[in-house]
Unconditional design. Structure first.
Length: 471
């Protein structure tokens, strides 16, 4: 599906660390920085998430020529970026976290910007799209007259979802859905004299903007869908443990456009989009998409041929489908069942083979979520892995029961699962499936967990210990 995202780019920087002492200069914590991660924010986040879903994404935006822009272009690998002449510095938002707790945020280059220019290529991307998401972050792209004209034309033909901003432009008339959050909706309505809640604010905005509908998002309370025919529908959100709500609105707007373009009616598309946003937050939200600073990466000459596609490392082979996300979508669209399992698979043994074979028998494809070398090292210690990720992936793919391997760098596969969305998640063990931490993630889209018998006499740790004695 061809999706065009129109909107303003931000650079989000996450500085993550620990704090065990106070500064001698002031009663403030000293943060020992563990890593620095950079990601595309604003319209860039919408485009990144959609590209990860396997869509053909074009981003119509403005990009500066400073250092921040170079980080953005790297973060947007896999997205076709169409931009006019640079108009302002890259707006950068830097968040400092101790563990999972935000401590402070620094904003740079976020002053009002002039209206960016547009090109014929940018307008053509709007005209040729199957669906459009407008991610307005108040930086001027939606105020460009030519772009507004192209969006008005597009709204007559295809789904256009507009995520507004208090400092941005009004949506063009006729868009399918405008998605303000509750605070934005009520603030705009109150400025015009309204003193009601979500429904009254939404109806005011429907009339003001001339859209087909307004979806007022309400966080853990879900959303309220108000349509131009006078109907109103409350959409609940799945119960989700959220440590960072950043990016929920972007995920929702992108998913909503896709579901509308796929053919779902407005209420169905909105309900699915709310579920997608909840699953996105359950998997860590926008922070889970951030990549480690390239300065900490290994020398490219020392890396075996594993390619990174749309944010996930995917093993590239000539014989098998390399993209687990696309494979999963293809199987689902044909009515099949997607099965996934995961682990380090450091020294492949009979216990692994039995688990994998059992998992494959439960569906129409088996996708293995494989811990990267860095992830294994954090989980198992500096002496692991024994076998590199490239060799581990090659061995797994050599098994007839494995259809694809997706390598993830986090400590858990939750972000990976959110992209693959398997129907069944299989783990070896003697515990109840509902006790698995992945169970709540799969519940967001109706998936479930299954456990298969664990073979204690066959383990990587046991093999490693035996090898150590022999050596």
């Amino acid at each position: 599906m061809r999706i065009t995202v129109v909107g303003d780019l931000l650079l989000d920087v996450d500085i993550n660390g620990t704090a065990t002492r106070l500064s001698p200069d002031a009663p403030v914590p000293v943060v020992d920085v563990g890593d620095v991660r950079r990601r595309a924010g604003g319209a860039g986040l919408v485009a990144t998430v959609l590209a990860r879903d396997g869509h053909d994404v074009s981003l119509v935006t403005a990009v500066s020529d400073d250092d921040g822009a170079s980080h953005l272009r790297r973060a947007l690998a896999g997205v076709s970026v169409l931009a006019g002449t640079p108009q302002a510095p890259t707006p950068t938002k830097t968040r400092v976290r101790i563990g999972t707790h935000p401590m402070v945020r620094f904003d740079q280059g976020c002053d009002p910007a002039p209206v960016p220019s547009s090109t014929g290529e940018m307008l053509a991307a709007i005209a040729s799209a199957d669906a459009i998401v407008v991610a307005d972050y108040g930086r001027g792209i939606t105020a460009n007259t030519d772009i507004r004209g192209a969006l008005t034309d597009a709204a007559r033909r295809i789904p256009v979802v507009w995520d507004p901003h208090p400092s941005g432009s009004d949506p063009v008339a006729g868009v399918s859905v405008v998605t303000p959050n509750l605070a934005e909706a009520t603030a705009t309505a109150k400025a015009a004299g309204s003193r009601g809640g979500a429904e009254e604010a939404g109806r005011y905005l429907l009339d003001k903007w001339g859209s087909s509908s307004v979806l007022v998002t309400r966080g853990e309370d879900g959303a309220l869908l108000l349509c131009s025919d006078g109907s109103a529908e409350s959409i609940p959100a799945p119960t989700t443990n959220v440590s960072d709500p950043c990016g929920a609105g972007d995920r929702l707007a992108g998913s909503l456009a896709v579901h509308l373009a796929t053919g779902f009616d407005l209420a169905q598309a909105a309900a699915r989009a709310v579920e997608d946003a909840s699953a996105f937050l359950a998997a860590g939200g926008a922070a889970a998409l951030a990549g480690a600073d390239p300065g900490d990466a290994a020398d490219p000459s020392e890396v075996s041929p594993v390619v990174e596609l749309k944010g996930l490392e995917l093993v590239d082979t000539a014989d098998l489908h390399p993209d687990g996300v696309r494979l999963a979508r293809s199987v689902r669209e044909s009515g099949g069942t997607v099965v996934a399992t995961g682990g380090c698979f450091d020294l492949l043994h009979a216990g692994h083979a039995r688990t994998l074979a059992a998992a494959r028998s439960m569906g129409d494809c088996l996708i293995v979520c494989l811990n990267s070398d860095q992830s294994v090292r954090r989980l198992k210690g500096a002496h692991r892995p024994i076998v590199s990720v490239e060799d581990r992936a090659e061995l797994l793919l050599a098994l007839e029961c494995v259809d694809a391997v997706v390598v993830f760098g986090e400590d858990t596969p939750e972000a990976c699962l959110t992209q693959i969305r398997p129907d069944i998640w299989v783990k070896g063990g003697d515990y109840a499936p509902e006790e698995l931490p992945e169970a709540r993630v799969l519940a967001a889209w109706g998936g479930h967990c299954v456990t298969v018998p664990f073979h204690p006499a066959r383990s990587t740790s046991g093999l490693a210990a035996a090898l150590a004695k022999v050596s």
